[in-house]
Design a protein around this ligand. Structure first.
Ligand code: FMN
Length: 156
């Protein structure tokens, strides 16, 4: 049987915030993004350490390209760098309209450097999405590999 599901794309990028966003601003950004993403079938993860964002977005290819274009033009951040862009077979964040993690200062630059150092490893031979691999790397750094009990997706 041919696979008739729409093609899925993931994009992983980092960006900088010249002026750190306050928690109310972050909450408003998340509320708005989650509403939009739920309607558009976009899932992913947003990490923020007051200086840098790292975001993974996944969904139908056209939708993700449109959304990324919008995000790129958002004046709330600058210096966007695509760390990975590629087709995926399945979503890594299927239940999370936009999971959010505030992270300790210094972790995102470390993670970003690690991703830059081993971009090929992110392909995983087509078996594991970059999103899933980055998430695993992230959880290893943050929680020693243990996903916390609480719903990461709802944390602000
Ligand atoms: C770091 C960052 C991540 C964002 N992520 C999303 C997202 O996942 N989904 C989304 O709809 N908007 C996201 N935005 C907001 C968009 O740039 C834009 O403001 C929003 O999509 C406009 O929504 P509207 O068309 O409903 O006005 C993000 C903005 C920033 C700064």
């Amino acid at each position: 049987m041919p696979d008739t599901r729409p093609a899925l794309l993931e994009i992983v990028y980092s960006s900088e915030t010249p002026v750190p966003m306050g928690s109310e601003e972050v909450r408003a950004l998340l509320d708005h993004s989650r509403r939009n993403n739920a309607q558009a079938g976009v899932t992913g993860l947003l990490c923020y350490d007051r200086h840098q964002f790292l975001q993974i977005i996944e969904g139908e290819t056209d939708v993700i390209l449109d959304l990324f274009h919008t995000i790129q033009n958002d004046p709330r951040h600058t210096d966007l760098r695509i760390l990975h862009e590629g087709d995926i077979k399945d979503r890594a964040f299927s239940d999370w309209k936009m999971a959010y993690e505030p992270v300790p200062s210094g972790l995102l630059p470390t993670l970003t450097r690690a991703i830059h150092r081993q971009p090929l490893a992110l392909d995983g031979g087509g078996k594991t999405s970059a999103g899933r691999r980055i998430f695993t790397l992230f959880m290893d750094e943050m929680y020693g590999g243990q996903v916390p009990e609480r719903e990461t997706a709802d944390a602000v």
